[in-house]
Design a protein around this ligand. Sequence first.
Ligand code: 5GP
Length: 346
Amino acid sequence: MHIESDTKLDFKDVLIRPKRSTLASRSEVDIRRDLSFKWSGRHYEGVPLIAANMDGVGTLAMARAFIANGNGLTVALTKHYPVEALVDFYKKEGNAAVWYSIGTSDKDTEKLDAFLAQGGKLDKLCIDVANGYAEPFVDFVRKMRAKLPDATIMAGNVVTGEMVEELILSGADVVKVGIGPGSVCTTRRMTGVGYPQLSAIIECADAAHGLKGLVCADGGCTVPGDLAKAFGAGADFVMLGGMLAGHDQCEGKIVKTKDGKFVEFYGMSSATAMGKHAGGVAEYRASEGKTVQVPYRGDVTGTLQDMLGGLRSSCTYVGAVRLKELSKRTTFIRVTQQINNVFGAV
Ligand code: 5GP
């Protein structure tokens, strides 16, 4: 047994210190990034936010809304669309706004093969498992790199530098970082495993950037300020679940109650998801996700405007003309949770 005594931090433990700058208005800030991928050789240009590959978030309707938004946002599609629906979408809308998501099961690989055989053309693949530390997962990433040499591959999730390095050296262009911070995740409660997300991003970004790899901070953002903290910590992409739930684009049922309208939102390891996609929770495992009712929030366009506006404003406060400069310009100050009351008038 070993105890690490460095304090590790979460979004709620810090604020970003304002800095003097020459910026006169947030309209002068460019929050798009131009990123190059190590293995695929491809480039990405846009605001590097990704809708999580969860039911009710990584939907085709969300992808269409992101295309209409025009800022280059992308969606990691949920794994559970039928092949025909995916092929049809890729044919009609192209692949710029979407990551094809896959797990490591044989069923997932067979489905990918069927998608490719039916003329599906993906350029971005998201290999997603709850625990990216398993050796078979690393082998799977290697296999996918060999199978799709020109595709940009994002793989995860992990939270420590040495595993980020392993995945990048095994063929991942982007490593997804986050174990336990998700809004509908119960991993920390059920297993005692996890890592405070801000420190995970700082440490993993440092490891990735040394190898010309990138990181995607996945989970734990609850307000627009958290996006700025994630980018300030060094994230190249930020993935969002709960912040995008509850909209028209979520393809969920809107339930009217005396308290208002709600939409069901659930973790992909919840009993709800396993009941829907795997015929129930297998005997050997426990659910590591929960099901919640989130307030119905209408069209996602207004939410996107708030998020992008918040990010632009964060850049203005620290004098970052481009999002790329945000991490260089960021000084985090540690605060008590009471001070960092994101729902109050701080
Ligand atoms: P959020 O933005 O809602 O805080 O976090 C979204 C992320 O939570 C997802 O991208 C995924 O990594 C993670 N996640 C989604 N469903 C589950 C689940 O059922 N259990 C766990 N442990 N994590 C989940």
